[in-house]
Design a binder for this molecule. Structure first.
Ligand code: HPA
Length: 274
């Protein structure tokens, strides 16, 4: 057994000792999704520090925990707080919890994030379903020895985000009375936001959204044959001709607004994944 697989199984063993139900869904909660976390009927909430091999959080206020329980009656495991490349973690560390979710049993992964919007059709606090992605981080979580028991050496990326799930999300949004937009998400290393020249470049490359997470997690989930659905909340507009300094409080405010929309949408989707 590979060292990686041993570490995943050790983490799973500790989680299973507190919550024996196999989850159907894994959920990664980005900025602004506190309201959604509250809707989970929690059976166990485990501090990352208590799970073997989970990255050690450097900022105590952002320690993070794994919330295990049900949402809309569906067993689910949720990350309250994720790890980012810009914090100094390797991408293998950033994505380790996704591997744990998969071996616990989750076949579907829901990813959420805050992102800059570069498509002029988008508005602040829009919830956008990710249709495709670009890895511009300059690193890859799958680099290094491959454990064939976890997934293939050269995973296919034809449909990183499951078209059937995007369709389902779109139907659920319609039921709630709004149209779900879709867009291509580009991941950068961060932590700085983009220059005008960088937003212009990313737009020309074909990206609608830019952020500092999600793509590594999606790559690892696809490596392990999970179905992935991803959402961005547009927290600031990256329009080079109209760019103004971004204030972090503004970003958090928009994330919270979009988070309310997602807190209505996601339970509806999850209910139909059972
Ligand atoms: N760029 C990169 N990451 C981000 C942004 C952005 O404009 N907004 C929120 N996360």
């Amino acid at each position: 057994m590979s060292e990686l697989r041993e570490r995943i199984e050790e983490a799973c063993a500790v989680i299973s000792s507190q919550w024996s139900t196999p989850p159907t869904v894994g959920l990664v909660l980005g900025t602004g999704l506190g309201g959604l976390a509250e809707q989970i009927e929690t059976a166990a909430a485990i501090d990352y520090a208590d799970i073997p091999h989970f990255p050690v959080s450097t900022a105590p206020s952002h320690a993070g925990r794994l919330v295990c329980g049900t949402l809309a009656g569906v067993p689910l495991v949720a990350m309250e707080g994720r790890f980012h490349f810009y914090e100094g973690y390797s991408l293998a560390e950033v994505t380790f919890p996704v591997r744990v979710m998969r071996l616990l049993g989750a076949e579907t992964l829901l990813l959420t994030n805050a992102a800059g919007g570069m498509n002029p059709e988008f508005q602040l606090a829009d919830v956008v379903a990710i249709s495709d992605q670009m890895n511009l981080i300059g690193d890859n979580p799958l680099r290094g020895p491959n454990d064939d028991s976890l997934g293939p050496r050269f995973p296919d990326m034809c449909d990183p985000y499951d078209p059937t799930l995007i369709q389902l999300a779109s139907e659920c949004a319609q039921e709630l009375g709004w149209n779900l937009k879709t867009g291509v998400f580009a991941a950068v290393a961060g932590p700085n936001l983009e220059t005008r020249a960088e937003y212009r470049m990313l737009r020309r490359l074909g990206a609608d959204l830019v952020g500092m997470s999600t793509v590594p997690e999606c790559l690892v989930a696809r490596h392990m044959a999970m179905r992935v659905l991803g959402f961005s909340i547009v927290t600031d507009m990256g329009l080079p001709e109209e760019l103004h300094p971004v204030d972090i409080d503004m970003v958090l405010e928009q994330a919270a607004r979009g988070g309310q929309t997602l807190a209505e949408l996601i339970p509806r989707i999850v209910a139909r994944l059972a």
